[in-house]
Ligand binder design. Sequence first.
Ligand SMILES: Cc1cc2nc3c(=O)[nH]c(=O)nc-3n(C[C@H](O)[C@H](O)[C@H](O)COP(=O)(O)OP(=O)(O)OC[C@H]3O[C@@H](n4cnc5c(N)ncnc54)[C@H](O)[C@@H]3O)c2cc1C
Length: 492
Amino acid sequence: MHQTSVLVIGAGLGGIAAAAHLARRGMRVTVLEKNPHPGGRCDRFVREGHTFDTGPTLFIMPHVFEDEFAALGCALHDRLDLQRVDPSYRLVFDDGSRLELTSDPGSMRDQLEAIQPGSFTGYQRYIEEGHLHYDLAMERLVNRDFRSAGQFFNLRNLPLAFSLKPFAHHYSHMAAFFESPRLKAVFTLQDMYMGLNPFEAPATFSMMPYTEMAHGVWYPKGGMYRVVEALTEIARQAGVEFAWDTSVRRIRVAGGRAAGVELEDGQFLAADAVLANADLPYVYQNLLPPEHEADALAHKRYSCSVISFFWGVDKIYPQLGPHTLFLADDIRENFAEIDRQLSIPANPSLYVHAPARLDAAMAPAGEETLTAIIPVGHMHACEEQDWKELMQQARQAIFRRLALVGVSDLAEHIKFETCFTPLSWRRRYNLVNGATHGLSHNLLQLGYFRPHNRHARWHNLYFVGASTHPGTGMPTALVSGRLTAQRMSEEL
Ligand SMILES: Cc1cc2nc3c(=O)[nH]c(=O)nc-3n(C[C@H](O)[C@H](O)[C@H](O)COP(=O)(O)OP(=O)(O)OC[C@H]3O[C@@H](n4cnc5c(N)ncnc54)[C@H](O)[C@@H]3O)c2cc1C
């Protein structure tokens, strides 16, 4: 009997998950990855005993991981040793005052009331709304795909236009719950992790602070890359083959179908179907023959990017929690500079991750592994930005901010530095415009409006990952993998 063969372009989380599902359904699956190892954006490097997760650092929606691992025939807790991070973040404001987000309601009450008297009830109402948004959005928008307009625009979904508040901007909607600009910022900052601006994001995204507060932020022992290792192992056990350092140059299409792929060395590999996990706009613009859709994608909105510093440090800074967020008071100006000027804000918010606080093995004894991340505009399509200069500005901003928590001698204790700018994100993973989260998640690029998991013309060419349905994030990549594999097994 003919065994259906599938070539997967890219070993990101979505690609690996889809490959494992397809292999479990009896298909012959080969994953072609340009880099020497799997993971894509969920990457890692180790230097002088310091282990850096260079992409995701927040393991959220643990039950989604549980479900997705179960759908692959595995128990999540057999594969990963997870611990809850509580308080999830330490927030530091411009004047040095702090707020710790914790699952302890008593502590939340005390801290919120100190910032704005009466705000705890607003918080409870907000979390309740987030709960509703989360349940509805997960069931009706995330955990399913939209193969036709009728599956999205129908009477059953009509109430979502009201209940999910998609037409309200997230930040303005916060006025219904809080007066304090700081609290409005604290409970919309999660949009930033999706590369979104809360002044434009739909209020639907209150589902993100809800899930963080209700289901927690977690950490796998050994670091976030353990997720990649666990999934790759599952895929291998299902029979998936991986080829590293194997860059695809072109998807060959003929007779209304994808015939296979051409590699950089000119070799042609034939297959019954091709599944692209590389960033979807990159695939249209670089791997497929020129077509209208490639131009249309160039004009879509892209998520912001980040400048990330990875520092091996020869001392410990106990004032830093595992996740410390320095939140600027002028966040409106911050987002305007990121989104419109595609630059770095004058007084940027920033995030610092100290993984050794959660797992001592992430740094040598008595030392610190630090990652500091500043959101910046993505690469301009036509003008060159001066990333060297922006990198210097980012470094200075980080040192200034760290002094707020008493870390004032960091520059003297850095043993080595690695820095990623949007240029690095593009070069390493082929992300269009170096946008770390791919296509943006604004209203007109979500649900049915997000590029679909199958090509409109070449029906044996499929897509999985952050710039296709359902969108960015580690758990979402696994959902995308399952949904696409399901569709492929029905259609091939
Ligand atoms: C800085 C940063 C922080 C993040 N933080 C979080 C977080 O805390 N929590 C969270 O849940 N999510 C987070 N995310 C998002 C999450 O990492 C991504 O949404 C997810 O990993 C994307 O997976 P993907 O399936 O789209 O594949 P990708 O990661 O995009 O992988 C695609 C793969 O395709 C390969 N490829 C590209 N072109 C070719 C080619 N021509 N030939 C062969 N291979 C090719 C690439 O090398 C890559 O390995 C973060 C992302 C970034 C960048």
